[in-house]
Write a new protein. Structure first.
Ligand code: PFF
Length: 454
């Protein structure tokens, strides 16, 4: 298998911010708070941290190793590492998962753009019933969500088409610091509200009675989703790392950033929700239905603070979504560019058109096509199920087995230690132990449990 001449990130900071940009997304700001709300607050967060340490980081390092070793798109990187054997299929599955997710991820990212627009034009300032019907009417509309899906994919296309350094790295270096600043501003505003301490307590004071096996499963699923594991993104980005990049340190730094952002999102949502007496366990609609009300009620009577906070929040949500969407797009773009031998521009164009088609179908399946069901699910839910509950655990499990049991440990160790120059040999044994036993067993457990088989 021939190795390719290829682009790379230009700096250490670029590596961290671009990969953290992939990790930090709707999963942190939209999914993490409602998962925390539904799974008992602080207890969930403690288990989540363990999942990141014991499963997320080792899986991320494994993908780094495959990507950087192959210096190629995910499918080819697996082919290189496996010597063109059947194991290469994992790489293809990763690319397919990344592609399928990018379509429906773009739909929800498009909703965020609509909410920036709606909050800017003052449309989110109404009573709870109005906000509820606003979201339902909008998400079921045949045109508007498709329009926003198109816009966010167009933005993604423009960045991706500019290449790894000039596109992905530059955009991440610009957007990630802005995202952090916006988060901090809103956290401060939220924590200063009356009764905010109840929300802070919910986040930090564990109630052990809430602990059950579902909390473990939710935390594990969330850690994989949040770190962008098993979808080709991490592997593709690692193929742009230099041979000097310390993979373990990068995985730890990226996981810390990812966790901090999720926690800060919690520190926005829970204090604000508790301060107006709203229960923060409303599920996926938390961000689009509950939150506009919460912002309006909590900040509404302080000049136009409710308006400003709402605009800032949805802007930050859209930026987080965009940096993740870039990484999902890049998985398929790199694949087409290298496997079809076409130009980056053309590859990016194909992927954008494909994602628009998938996104349109997903979006329409929530509105005009909502009665069309396969396996009792709308197309949107089917995509979510196939990628999140089937492909993600399968690719994650097989990647661990591949690295832990199949690839010669010498190759893995050389990548882990940067050919022995890092002096982190002592960590290697723990890493291999986790990847060989702990990660596959835990992933298998979730997989079987979710189908009621365990
Ligand atoms: N990690 C992203 C988030 O938390 O929103 C979602 C995601 C992006 C998942 C890219 C998978 C992926 F490949």
């Amino acid at each position: 298998m021939t190795k390719l001449e290829r682009a790379s990130f230009g700096s250490k900071l670029g590596v961290i911010l671009a990969t953290a940009g992939s990790a930090v997304g709707l999963g942190n700001i939209w999914r993490f708070p409602y998962m925390t709300g539904q799974n008992g607050g602080a207890v969930f967060i403690i288990i989540y941290v363990f999942c990141i340490l014991l499963l997320g980081i080792p899986c991320m390092i494994s993908e780094f190793i495959i990507g950087r070793h192959g210096q190629a798109n995910t499918a080819r990187a697996f082919r290189i590492m496996s010597g063109d054997t059947i194991w290469s299929l994992i790489g293809y599955m990763g690319v397919l998962t990344g592609f399928l997710i990018s379509g429906y991820y773009a739909v929800v990212s498009g909703w965020c753009l609509e909410y920036v627009w709606a909050s800017l034009s003052g449309k989110l300032l109404g009573n709870p019933d109005y906000i509820q019907s606003y979201f339902v009417t909008f998400s079921q509309d045949p045109i508007k969500p498709v329009f926003w899906t198109f816009i966010i994919l167009l933005g993604t296309y423009i960045i991706i088409e500019n290449g790894v350094r000039n596109g992905i790295e530059k955009a991440s270096k610009l957007m990630m610091p802005i995202l952090f600043i916006l988060l901090l501003i809103i956290v401060v505003a939220s924590c200063m509200l009356p009764n905010a301490e109840k929300g802070i307590e919910f986040l930090f004071k564990p109630d052990i009675s809430k602990l059950n096996s579902d909390v473990f499963l939710a935390a594990l699923g969330q850690s994989f989703y949040s770190l962008s594991i098993a979808m080709g993104c991490i592997c593709t980005y690692a193929s742009y790392y230099s041979k000097q990049t310390n993979l373990t340190a990068s995985a730890v730094n990226i996981s810390i950033i990812d966790f901090l952002v999720a926690l800060l999102a919690g520190l926005i949502i829970f204090p604000a929700a508790f301060s107006v007496g709203v229960n923060p366990d409303s599920g996926p609609s938390l961000i689009f239905i509950t939150l506009p009300n919460v912002f309006h009620q909590a900040f509404g009577n302080i000049a136009s603070l409710g308006y400003i906070i709402s605009v800032l929040f949805y802007t930050l949500l859209s930026m987080a979504a965009l940096t993740s969407l870039m990484s999902l797009h890049e998985v398929s773009t790199a694949f087409l560019e290298e496997e079809l031998g076409t130009t980056r521009k053309r590859a990016a164009m194909f992927v954008t058109i494909g994602s628009i088609l998938v996104g349109t179908v997903c979006s329409l399946s929530l509105g005009p096509w909502q009665d069309f069901k396969l396996f009792d699910m709308t197309i949107f839910d089917l995509f979510d199920f196939v990628t999140g509950q089937l492909f993600l655990p399968i690719v994650g499990f097989l990647t661990c087995i591949f690295i832990g049991w199949y690839v010669p440990h010498k190759i893995v160790r050389d990548e882990f230690t940067n050919m022995g120059t890092l002096r982190n040999e002592h960590l290697f044994h723990s890493y291999i132990f986790l990847v060989k036993y702990v990660c596959p067993i835990c992933i298998l457990f979730i997989f079987l449990h979710q189908f009621g088989l365990l």
